[in-house]
Ligand binder design. Structure first.
Ligand code: HEM
Length: 394
């Protein structure tokens, strides 16, 4: 069925929920008349698209262009993908993450210090700029072994790569300023990594993530190390920054939930997960139909067509969630698609959860009565979160 969805408008970025509802009501498989891409709107179909690599591919999507074709995020070949992903799996286990708790807590407190000071002086603070945007970037930079002097470059590079990821598919990749900025960021990260890799080859024994991939038993050529490290520097921060923003806004809109988690911190993990279901950061993933074409729910779709599992719809699928539009931190737990599904599901999920838990706990401990104090401005639809988030204390 044809559906007119303006993925790229300011209105959609700001408030996508009426369109999400209209899509759900229009049907499970929709062809966007503006772009020709197909959108699947149920949880079940979204999971099918994300897992069926015989019919759908991530190769050739913008992921490959931004990170390089050797990054495992953009590789379907399961054996190669798993080999590359396995290099860092140990670094993201729960025990490894727990070991990072003191470092992340200290960083959060250091970054909240000036925020608290300004709020207590009666100022309004853009929390996205002063805390949410940078903290996850600093954490992944630390894990990768990137020196502090470069950590704001990591934010800048990620912003440039992120801006290209939400451009219309027909934006000219040779001339559009955001694509040019993304290529520049990609090359700057590449140049930085080339030096970092050479240094580690000469100085083995480091434990950071770049050292781990440089000295892995797979003896990878440099282009693999660069592409995979580039993807890691980026994937590890932009998304978490936006999730933090969503949580801060949700706990403002629902002060009852804020009071509940303050009274019983054990509720925090399920509250965070429910915000992810309700307002996911990755509102839609992207795949391409493989050669030969395919059929979904009786709809014939030619090869090369873009397919979007619309997570914003799937996470509010009434067949899976009761009262899906309600933020309900006590609902029966069911995994949602906010961190993906299948072989490309998020490698950094445990880190993201730990960061969110620590940052929100520290924020609420120190500024329990913050209020959103102005318009929250959202960046885009596909990778969505607050880019301006003014808060004040009353
Ligand atoms: C709130 C924070 C985060 C969200 C919402 C998120 C979301 C996602 C999603 C939806 C995918 C799958 C995309 C697809 O299949 O098209 C994914 C993959 C990935 N994420 Fe995350 N992510 C977050 C944080 C992180 C962090 C902190 C890291 C690393 C430090 C990370 C690293 C990755 C990597 C490497 C992949 C590719 C996995 C693969 O291809 O095997 N992410 N993420």
């Amino acid at each position: 069925m044809d559906f007119d969805f303006d993925l790229y408008s300011r209105e959609t970025a700001q408030n996508p929920w009426p369109a999400i509802k209209a899509m759900q009501e229009a049907g499970p498989v929709l062809r966007n008349v503006r772009t020709g891409a197909y959108m699947v709107t149920t949880d079940k179909l979204a999971r099918n698209v994300l897992t069926d690599t015989t019919r759908f591919t991530i190769e050739g999507t913008a992921v490959t262009i931004r990170f390089g074709k050797e990054a495992f995020f953009g590789i379907d070949d399961k054996a190669l993908h798993d080999k590359l992903r396995s290099i860092w799996m140990g670094a993201f286990t729960r025990p490894a993450m727990e070991a990072m708790r003191p470092m992340i807590t200290q960083l959060a407190d250091e970054m909240i210090d000036p925020v608290e000071e300004k709020l207590r002086a009666g100022e309004t603070v853009d929390l996205e700029a002063e805390l949410c945007r940078s903290l996850p970037a600093y954490v992944i930079a630390h894990m990768m072994g990137v020196p502090r002097s470069y950590r704001d470059d990591v934010v800048r590079w990620s912003d440039a790569l992120g801006a290209a990821s939400v451009l219309p598919a027909n934006a000219d990749k040779q001339t559009h300023p955001a694509w040019l900025a993304a290529y520049k960021a990609r090359d700057e990260i590449g140049a930085y990594l080339a030096e970092a890799i050479a240094h580690r080859r000469k100085n083995p024994g480091g434990t950071d993530l770049i050292s781990q991939i440089v000295h892995s038993s797979h003896n990878l050529p440099d282009e693999f190390i660069v592409s995979n490290s580039r993807q890691m520097l980026y994937a590890g921060n932009e998304t978490t920054a936006k999730w933090l923003g969503h949580i801060v806004v949700a706990l403002d809109e629902r002060k009852d939930v804020r009071r509940e988690v303050l009274a019983d911190p054990k509720l925090m993990p399920q509250a965070l997960e429910e915000v992810m279901r309700w307002r996911p950061v990755v509102m839609a993933s992207v795949r391409l139909v493989k050669p030969g074409g395919t059929e979904i729910e009786g709809v014939r779709i030619p090869e090369g067509t873009t397919i979007m599992p619309v997570v914003g719809c799937a996470n509010r699928d009434p067949a899976r969630y009761e009262n899906p539009e309600e933020l309900d931190i006590h609902r029966k737990f069911q995994t949602n698609l906010g961190f993906g599904f299948g072989m490309h599901s998020c490698l950094g999920v445990t880190l993201a959860r730990l960061e969110a838990q620590i940052v929100i706990e520290r924020l609420l401990a120190r500024i329990p009565d913050y209020e959103v104090a102005g318009d929250v401005i959202y960046n885009a639809f596909a990778l969505r979160g607050p880019k301006v988030l003014p808060i004040a204390m009353h």
